[in-house]
Design a protein around this ligand. Sequence first.
Ligand SMILES: Cc1cc2nc3c(=O)[nH]c(=O)nc-3n(C[C@H](O)[C@H](O)[C@H](O)COP(=O)(O)OP(=O)(O)OC[C@H]3O[C@@H](n4cnc5c(N)ncnc54)[C@H](O)[C@@H]3O)c2cc1C
Length: 392
Amino acid sequence: MSASSFDVAIVGGAAIGSAVAYFLKSAEGFAGSVAMIERDASFATAATTLSAASIRQQFSTPENIRLSRFGLDFLRGMPARFGPDADPALREGGYLILAPPDGRAILEENHRVQKAEGAPIALLEPEALAARFPWLSTEGVAAGSLGLSGEGWFDAHTLLRAVRAAARAAGARLVNGEVVAIETEGHRVTALQFADGSRIACGALVNAAGPSAGKVAALAGRPLPVEPRKRSVFVLDAPDAPGDMPLLADPSGFWVRPEGAGFIAGYSPPESEDTPADPDDFSADHALFEEILWPALAHRVPVFERLKVTGAWAGHYDYNALDQNAVIGPDPELSNFFYANGFSGHGLQHAPGVGRALAELIACGRYRSLDLSVFGYDRIKAKRPLFEKNVI
Ligand SMILES: Cc1cc2nc3c(=O)[nH]c(=O)nc-3n(C[C@H](O)[C@H](O)[C@H](O)COP(=O)(O)OP(=O)(O)OC[C@H]3O[C@@H](n4cnc5c(N)ncnc54)[C@H](O)[C@@H]3O)c2cc1C
């Protein structure tokens, strides 16, 4: 195809879009032309670069655990795959997820799923938690679930840079511009129009637009319940807090983890108070820190009484309002329109696995390594949720 025509066009060139392009052109050896279309090459407001860049195996959906395990292997193997500059500084500090009395049954249920998947997770009673983590208050805690290995955090920028560069080196083309219209004919997408008036034809289209995925689907006349939800992240200097703590997720909705010599922390509101974000609002919510996050944090880990906020940012979750789970695969009405969306705060760790799976689907017409058909669009149409119960 010519430069104004691509066999596969990918809208969104951050973690997910780059991974799809990389696996298509490398692992699948796809001979056709591939475009990674991106409206902002600085990625200043992409979820990928504003994320907390953490990886866990503690999910309730088996396929999410499998995606994380592939993500983990991918991160561990990046220097070997891409060279020594592509070390994502993976620190396997673990996740500790606490449950209150009325959340214990779900924690146990999730634990059974995780054990069945072979994930090295320990379920700890409050006494064991207090003995292992003397800095933790176990007040109101019925149990905790601790990742013993294969969970932690890494550098999102290195992942993005390395995968994007490798996709380019393998032959994917970068196209700068904002897609503002999608043309269809019958049951197929045929072309894209850009804000500057230009147009490219495409043989297949991948929606990798992150929090804007619902908007991009709407351009093709397709409903997709993926919307931006604002999440603030605070950078903390807390000299008394333990630098070797795991990522701690509290029933009150906050999480905190070590970052460099300090910590980062965030908060997810209850569903009833969580509304779609203004797509242009990236201001950190400092009142939320003062009024909700800090008191909850100091209650759970009293040494956080003494801290200094040294920075903050806000990003948008790519939130699937139906069930907080991914939507992956072809659209039932537009057979060459593929989704890779709705990760609801865990899409970075899943980017390698999703990229590989979608590349297989596009190149071979079926999943070969990981069957992700549970994430298919059919459930959206049928309003049949596949709830991910472990959303942090
Ligand atoms: C605060 C925060 C913390 C998070 N923590 C974690 C975590 O710890 N672990 C984890 O795994 N995940 C985490 N996530 C979620 C994760 O960041 C996302 O799920 C993941 O990055 C999604 O990648 P993406 O490439 O689909 O989306 P994005 O990174 O948002 O990229 C989408 C790209 O599409 C482009 N685009 C959109 N519309 C158009 C258009 N019309 N035309 C052209 N380009 C377009 C955008 O400019 C953008 O660059 C977090 C997210 C946030 C906000």
